[in-house]
Design a protein around this ligand. Structure first.
Ligand SMILES: [Zn+2]
Ligand SMILES: [Zn+2]
Length: 292
């Protein structure tokens, strides 16, 4: 990082700068109001959530920040929904993978708002620790094969990020709580609202088979475990899915794939818990330690 670059970001370091991955541009720009106060915007291959009802409040929060080089598309979605020059009270990161923090440095710079994440995820958001290289050898399709070119370097949010409150509450999200759902990443969280059983699951599970480019393109729906090429702890990932299934969510937005609700969601989650070995865990891969 040259000093000019560093300076441009007010002490923050944006490892995602210039990391545009054009092969993922097919489903960009789609948005969906899942609930009156839960809007899901698909930024290339990844979902970003805007939580807060624009009719009722200007207190709203952005969950995750999409792919690298997406700041302008995110701002457009935000301003279309909440009005010109509006900004969230905070950004919550479900975890720090490149496809979820892609625009976080740019957005913090523009909005000057705090970012919150789980304590265990902070090293990956303050430039202290890199994720392991994605596993291109993992059982799976083309996206898994391409995954070694995905950036694994951390962004550095410096003093703009802090740990989520330890009591499970989420700043500026009354009624919601966060749950630690590690496995896919050490400090991965999911967000849950008991009142209507709405779930924002990040990558703890997804509703599309993320390894398969065909299924990513067609967004064929099926509940799957976390994206394989970046999941390093499958035992923890299994427990996290069990924890989320036990909540019996009524509607879920996951990091990848379409929002899902009702029986399709409940049945899919139940099946994922029951057949986790078969559905989620790859047959081979660097992070898999299968007992034969
Ligand atoms: Zn991830
Ligand atoms: Zn992801």
């Amino acid at each position: 990082m040259n000093p000019m670059e560093e300076n441009k970001h007010h002490g923050m370091k944006d490892a995602m700068e210039g990391q545009f991955l054009p092969m993922f541009s097919f489903s960009s720009g789609m948005g969906q109001e899942v609930l009156p106060d839960l809007y899901c915007y698909t930024n290339q291959i990844v979902n970003v959530c805007l939580v807060g009802d624009p009719e009722k409040t200007d207190e709203w929060v952005l969950i995750d920040t999409g792919m690298p080089e997406s700041v302008n598309s995110i701002i457009k979605v935000v301003e279309d929904r909440f009005g010109e020059n509006s900004k969230p009270k905070a950004i919550i990161q479900t975890h720090g993978h490149f496809d979820h923090v892609g625009s976080v440095v740019d957005l913090v710079e523009k909005w000057g708002i705090p970012v919150y994440a789980h304590e265990a995820e902070l090293p990956f958001l303050t430039g202290k620790q890199s994720y392991p290289e994605p596993d291109g050898s993992v059982e799976g399709g083309l996206v898994a094969k391409m995954s070694p070119m995905f950036p694994n370097e951390p962004v550095d949010l410096g003093t703009n990020i802090e740990a989520l409150p330890s009591d499970g509450s989420i700043p500026h999200m009354p009624g919601w709580r966060w749950l630690h759902t590690p496995g896919h990443a050490p400090g991965h969280i999911s967000l849950f609202r008991d009142e209507d059983r709405a779930l924002i699951a990040g990558d703890a599970f997804v509703t599309v088979k993320q390894e398969s480019l065909y299924k990513v393109v067609t967004q064929e729906e099926e509940i799957n475990g976390p994206p394989r090429y970046l999941t390093t702890d499958w035992d923890a990932a299994r427990k996290s899915v069990e924890k989320l299934e036990a909540l019996k969510p009524a509607v879920a937005v996951t990091g990848h794939g379409h929002p899902m609700s009702g029986d399709e969601l409940l049945d899919g989650l139940e099946r994922l818990v029951r057949e986790f070995d078969h559905i989620a865990i790859p047959d081979y891969g660097r992070f898999v330690n299968r007992k034969q």
